[in-house]
Each structure stands twice: as C-alpha cells, then as structure tokens.
Ligand binder design. Structure first.
Ligand SMILES: [Zn+2]
Length: 248
C-alpha cells in the first residue's frame, strides 16, 4: 500500500517510519493520543500510514524546520515547531518545486504552532518532554520519553551532523546546547534520530558531543573535504563511518 515508507516496530507502542532511507519519522501511541515526530518528505500520506496503526487522535511535532522533516505536514492541519525555526520552515514551504507539487495534490501545509523547552506532550501514560538544542538549526528540539528511556533527537544528535548550513549556529553555541543536555543523560538508554533505521545506543551522545568539542578546539588533522549539494565543506570524522561532524 505504501512503497516509500517502511514501518519498523520499536516496541508495543512506538514505530519507526523510514521514508526511502532519506528521512525517518516516528509514531508514539499513548492511551489517549498518538504523536507523529517528523512527517518526512511528504510523498506518501503519513496520516494514513499512522491510521493503519492507531485510531487515536494525532498530534504532529517537527524536530526542526528542514524539508525532510516537515514536508509531510501537508497531510495535517497543524504541526508543532519551535518558533526559532518557523521562518526557516516557511521558506521551505515556499520552495517552487514543493509549491507546484502540493498544488497538483490539492493540499496545503499545516500551520505551525509553537512548542518550547519545558513543554510536555501528554499522550496518556506516555509524556514527552521538550528540550531546546539550538545548533544544526536555531529551533531544533529533542523529545525525552522517560517511560521508554528514549531520546528523540531529530538531526541534533546524529551520527552525521550537518553544521555547515547557512542556518546552523556557530559550533561553540552548539556545544553549549549539547552540554545543557547532560542533566538528562541518566534518563535514556537509546536515541532515535531524524535518520535512524533502528534504536541507537545512547553513548552516541558523548561521542558526538566530544567530536563537536574537538572541532571547536581546532583538532583538525584528520579532517577531510566534504562535498554536498551546497558546495564543499569540511568533515571531522569520529568513530566508525559514517560518523562525522560537517562544518564550514
Ligand atoms: Zn536537518
């Protein structure tokens, strides 16, 4: 029924949605509501995909304002996003290819509603706490599910972290954001990132944070050029492939 999006069950109430290995979203089902974390690229109807697994009312949250996390918002009326990413996300809503595609689909993207650090999304039996992690984008958030001991990180804590983008903050500020997350380090054992294919060990947090610190401190002997669609940046490898911090 759906060709691009492959479902993988993580436990009895969390599913990973892999959009053609290009983006990953999640469905978290509580007793009263279900939450979609990131709507992926939008080629397939993420609302219908979620409804094959739950009949509960759906809430949508975007971990940040990048297209591969928000374009599936076209299947919803509203989506929560940190206000610091709203202008960025609305710019992506205006991309001509996207505008033309959704005109043909006769859809329009969800309106954004603000979500802030300290907010709690209560699904009944499962609560997700919002932590602000400015860096990859100004309005990136992580969501902590204490019951399942999982931290949903979007692109903020991820093996291959893009910090070379125009909208990315200086690495020193990103390091501060990561260090602020230390207070919850004892509350999760796993990460689910914006591009995961399965649960990831929480030790990625330390490895990734230390790699960002190395770049800040100018440890660049092993760094290599990194080609991407916006040009050539630099990559700081850490641990096994594809772990790297990409920076300007
Ligand atoms: Zn991103």
């Amino acid at each position: 029924m759906f060709e691009r999006v492959q479902l993988k069950q993580i436990n009895d109430h969390i599913w990973l949605m892999n959009d053609n290995d290009e983006a990953t979203g999640y469905l978290v089902v509580g007793s009263q509501r279900a939450l979609i974390i990131d709507t992926m690229n939008g080629y397939e109807n993420v609302k219908e995909i979620a409804e094959t697994l739950t009949r509960l009312p759906l809430t949508v949250v975007n971990t940040h304002g990048h297209p591969d996390h928000i374009y599936g918002n076209i299947y919803f009326e509203e989506a929560f996003l940190h206000p610091a990413d709203q202008a960025l996300a609305e710019r992506f809503y205006q991309e001509p290819l996207f505008v033309e595609a959704i005109r043909q689909m006769q859809r329009k993207p969800a309106a954004f509603r603000p979500i802030l650090a300290g907010d709690v999304i209560d699904l009944g039996e499962i609560q997700l706490e919002v932590y602000s992690v400015p860096g990859h984008t100004p309005g990136g958030i992580c969501l902590l599910d204490r019951r399942d001991r999982i931290l949903f990180t979007g692109d903020s804590i991820i093996e291959q972290t893009w910090m070379q983008l125009e909208e990315s903050l200086p690495l020193e500020e990103f390091l501060q954001s990561l260090d602020a997350l230390k207070e919850i380090r004892g509350d999760y054992d796993y990460l689910l990132t914006g591009h995961s294919r399965n649960l990831e060990d929480a030790s990625l947090y330390e490895a990734h944070r230390n790699a960002v610190k190395e770049v800040c401190e100018g440890e660049n002997e092993r760094d290599v050029p990194y080609e991407w669609f916006g040009g050539i940046s630099k990559a700081h490898p850490y641990g096994k492939e594809p772990r790297r911090i990409v920076y300007k």
